[in-house]
Each structure stands twice: as structure tokens, then as C-alpha cells.
Design a protein around this ligand. Structure first.
Ligand SMILES: [Zn+2]
Length: 308
């Protein structure tokens, strides 16, 4: 934050930057730590060169069972902003709050600006679980709805502008560009899914992560576990799921990139449904799924290919 002394100083720097091009860009750098792979990607897009994004929770790690290490806490303390998914996704978030306040780290929680969705809790055991989701849980996987991601991109833009006012023009231009690309992505998703008949729009996944996607795109979802990967599937729920898959003639069920309960194999064996491929449920992945856009395109392509 620019105090009374640094602010006029920065104005002087802006003036001089016209003369010494390039030297000023470094001065506005923000250090942003992220507990969310999706928000880290948005932060890189919005922040461009002005922002250094440090991923505390990385792609490929199960964020449902992640706990911050002392080293992570140090990294967070040295940042100006911390990004988190919220809606109960990071069960440890409240424990971090005192440290954030003490060190003047601003917390930006994506879940604060999205339209929250109540979890379906198709699993019998969905209420009997983890530290990270409470009873009658809200589904925390908000990024599977593109309009939510657009709202969070705007939220990140505003947080960056507040912390680094000299970068406002950059953040505004980058966020505008990003939101236009997300609108185009929405259109692309709709076009791809238009090829799927209504009766085929059933998503069977291991845990309940794609609720927002289902609501946006007219899918029904059935899951082995509840909203957390730590939920234990009950044999009764698995039995019901198998009956459902048979009676609805579901062509394929989907695995997830991080971990899968063994019952997926049992379900394919007993129903004749194929394993339709791997979906990115809890955040970004690697390769083509290393960006939000790429993750969404990968998921949609896998779904269309398996269910058409
Ligand atoms: Zn999840």
C-alpha cells in the first residue's frame, strides 16, 4: 500500500518512466500466493508482468487433503495477496487468517463473488466426512461454471488495482481481454455440447465436483463420493449407482485426474459402461489442462467423445 510518502514518489516515477522506459515496470510488482490452481491462472492472466504468482497448492495435488506446511505459511506471509477458492474448499483457511492479518496479507476468496450451489449429496455417506466440508454442504467447485470464473477474474482485477494502483490500466486491459476469451469459451462449450442428445447428458464421476457444470449445461450428475475426495463410498450407494447406470443405459463414467475410488472399476465391470476418460475436477492439470481454458476444453472434449 502506498503511504503518504510513497504515493507522490510513485507519481514522480511514472513521470520519469517515460524517459527511462522499462525500469518502472518492476517497481509495481505484486507478490501473490495462491491456494487455488484456477485462481493462480487467472492471476497470471490479469497481472501479466506486474505480478509474481506463487502456487502454494500445485496442480496434481489433492487439494481436499492438503494442509499448509510451515514453509508455505512463510511464503504466504511474504506475499501481499493470498488467493483461495473458499466455500469450505480450504478447510484450513480460518487457521491462516490471524497470520494474514498480522502480516498485512489481503485474502481474496473466489467463493465470495460467485453464485453458490447447494451440493446434491448423492452419496449416503456424503454427510459423514471430512474436515473440509460441513453438513448440507455448499459445493465449493465453483470454477466449473464459466460465469463464476468471469466474476472472479473481475474480483482479482480489483484486488490487484487496489494493491498496486499504478498498474490499474494493465489490470483492466488484461481482465477485459480475459473475460472476452471466457465468453468465447462459453460459446465454444455450448456448441460442443449441442451435439449431445438430452438423454445422454448424465455425468457419473467419482466425487461431486461437476455440479456447477451440470447446472449450466443441463446434465444430471451421479457420484460415488460426496463433495470431498475424502468421503467414503457406501456399498449401498454404489449399488444404487449401478442400478441407475443400467436403467439409464449410461454409456460411460469418468475418472478424475488425481485419485479415484477402486469402485469405479467395479461399476464398469457390473454395468458395461466404459471408462469415458479423465476429467479435471479439483483444479488445473498439466499439459493442455495447465490453463483454465485448456482444462475446460479438455473436460468438454472428453465428455462429448464418451457420451455422444
Ligand atoms: Zn473436489
Amino acid at each position: 500500500m502506498g503511504g503518504p510518502i510513497s504515493r507522490p514518489m510513485n507519481r514522480v516515477l511514472i513521470f520519469f518512466s517515460f524517459l527511462t522506459l522499462g525500469s518502472f515496470v518492476q517497481a509495481g510488482n505484486l507478490r501473490v500466493a495462491s491456494l487455488s490452481t484456477v485462481m493462480a491462472d487467472l492471476a497470471r492472466e490479469v497481472g501479466g508482468d506486474r505480478v509474481e504468482v506463487i502456487e502454494i497448492v500445485k496442480a496434481g495435488v489433492d487439494p481436499h487433503i492438503y494442509e499448509p506446511t510451515p514453509g508455505d505459511r512463510k511464503t504466504i506471509a511474504k506475499s501481499q495477496i493470498l488467493l483461495a477458492n473458499g466455500l469450505g474448499f480450504e478447510g484450513y483457511l480460518n487457521n491462516l487468517r490471524p497470520g494474514l492479518e498480522k502480516n498485512g496479507v489481503r485474502l481474496v476468496v473466489g467463493g465470495d463473488v460467485v453464485k453458490p450451489l447447494q451440493a446434491v449429496c448423492s452419496g449416503e455417506e456424503a454427510h459423514d466426512h471430512s474436515h473440509s466440508h460441513s453438513h448440507g454442504a455448499t459445493d465449493p467447485h465453483w470454477w466449473h461454471s464459466i460465469p463464476n470464473v468471469q466474476a472472479v477474474a473481475t474480483q482479482i482485477r480489483d484486488a490487484f488495482a487496489k494493491a498496486d494502483p499504478e498498474g490499474i490500466a494493465t489490470y483492466e486491459a488484461n481482465a477485459k481481454d480475459l473475460n472476452a476469451r471466457l465468453a468465447a469459451l462459453s460459446k465454444w462449450v455450448r456448441l460442443q455440447l449441442a451435439t449431445l442428445p438430452k438423454a445422454n447428458r448424465i455425468l457419473v464421476t467419482s466425487h461431486e465436483a461437476l455440479g456447477y457444470f451440470a447446472v449450466d449445461n443441463g446434465f444430471e450428475i451421479f457420484t460415488v463420493q460426496g463433495v470431498s475426495t475424502t468421503d467414503q463410498p457406501s456399498s449401498q450407494n454404489v449399488k444404487r449407482l449401478i442400478e441407475e447406470i443400467k436403467s439409464r443405459k449410461v454409456k460411460a463414467i469418468f475418472a478424475e485426474n488425481i485419485e479415484n475410488p477402486k469402485v469405479l472399476e467395479q461399476i464398469t465391470n457390473e454395468t458395461g459402461a466404459k471408462l469415458g476418460g479423465v476429467l479435471y475436477a479439483d483444479g488445473l492439470g498439466s499439459g493442455p489442462a495447465a490453463t483454465y481454458e485448456g482444462m475446460m476444453k479438455t473436460n468438454v472434449s472428453v465428455i462429448v467423445e464418451a457420451l455422444k
